[in-house]
Design a protein around this ligand. Structure first.
Ligand code: NAP
Length: 290
């Protein structure tokens, strides 16, 4: 299978390249310099030249706070980009696997969000990602959109790596305890995407649409930090856990409002033959690499 990957330098992009090592598929992977997904001409040229069997879009504008004052760029990458990819996928009659976010929801729910629940993004990033979902779905029928959340990996910048670094530097840390979500290991998401590609190759994907791919056990940022410190201490990566203080979102203001409760239900994943991320089990590997 010829797989075209965008966003190859990101967390997901790098994990996806790792899961393809030793696997019998041809990967055509691009960073933004070679394939800017918001550039109509470049998108058409690269895709028509490669003629992939499937496209995986791991590229996105992910600077959640910066997006509040850089909305044009956020929309270009997150709304126009997926639409341009979808146009080319539709021309070739191939599927597009795309990744979206829990930030399409407002966070006012009291039980895990289903893919069919109403969206109501609270910031520019979430709104731009939602626009991307809508544009893509309207352009290319054969699509799988995986909404994910709280992504961490051995690559790039993420909460796990930040917590391990801070734990080495400080005796006390304050972490928000009133926002709940579902941590996701990018390597698990990458494996799930490869499985979806292979399921498609075998003609087993019938139900195109939106799915939630995230961790199987929800927690708060405070709970996530506690799990990270416990694992880091047991591995000897930090000498002693810092004292962990629970604070409220009000005590940690950010330019973009975060959803209070963005836990997503992964129940429907069985339809596309994948299982949710076992994030707690993957902490060891990521912390060892940090
Ligand atoms: N990180 C999270 O916590 C989180 C949470 C929910 C959902 N998500 C979603 O999960 C997906 C993967 O996220 P991630 O954490 O892997 O992101 P990431 O590490 O920030 O990587 C995003 C990549 O997108 C590329 N990119 C930016 N603008 C581009 C453009 N115009 N054309 C082509 N590539 C462009 C960048 O490429 P270059 O380096 O080459 O410039 C970057 O490497 C995204 O769709 C994101 O919205 C992430």
């Amino acid at each position: 299978m010829r797989i075209l990957l965008t966003g190859k330098h990101g967390q997901l992009g790098r994990c996806f390249q790792d899961v393809l090592i030793g696997v019998d598929h041809e990967l055509f992977a691009y960073g933004s310099a070679e394939l800017n997904i918001a550039n109509v001409q470049q998108v058409a040229e690269v895709i028509q030249q490669v003629k992939p069997d499937i496209i995986v879009n791991a590229a996105a504008y992910t600077a959640v706070d910066k997006a509040e004052t850089d909305s044009d760029n956020a929309y270009l990458v997150n709304a126009t980009g997926p639409e341009l990819l979808a146009k080319q996928a539709a021309i070739l009659g191939i599927p597009l696997i795309h990744v979206s976010t829990d930030y399409v929801f407002d966070g006012d729910a009291v039980e895990p969000y289903l893919p069919t629940d109403p969206t109501n993004p609270q910031g520019v990033y979430g709104a731009s990602k939602l626009a991307g979902e809508i544009n893509l779905a309207a352009t290319c029928e054969k699509h799988i959109i995986l909404r994910t959340a709280w992504v961490f990996s051995e690559y790039g910048h993420n909460f796990v790596k930040t917590m391990v670094r801070l734990a080495k530097e400080r005796d006390q840390l304050s972490v928000v305890a009133d926002q709940y979500g579902s941590p996701t290991y990018a390597g698990d998401l990458a494996k799930a995407i490869l499985r979806i590609c292979e399921q498609h190759e075998q003609g087993k994907i019938q139900a195109w649409g939106i799915y939630h791919y995230c961790g199987d056990t929800p927690t708060s940022w405070h709970g996530f930090a506690r799990a990270i410190f416990a694992k880091a201490e047991s591995l000897g990566v930090i000498k002693k856990r810092p004292q962990l203080k629970a604070i409220s979102s009000d005590q940690y203001p950010t330019p973009a409002k975060r959803p209070e409760y963005s836990v997503m239900s992964t129940k429907s994943l069985g339809i596309i033959g994948v299982v949710a991320s076992d994030w707690n089990a993957k902490l060891k590997f990521v912390i060892e690499q940090s």
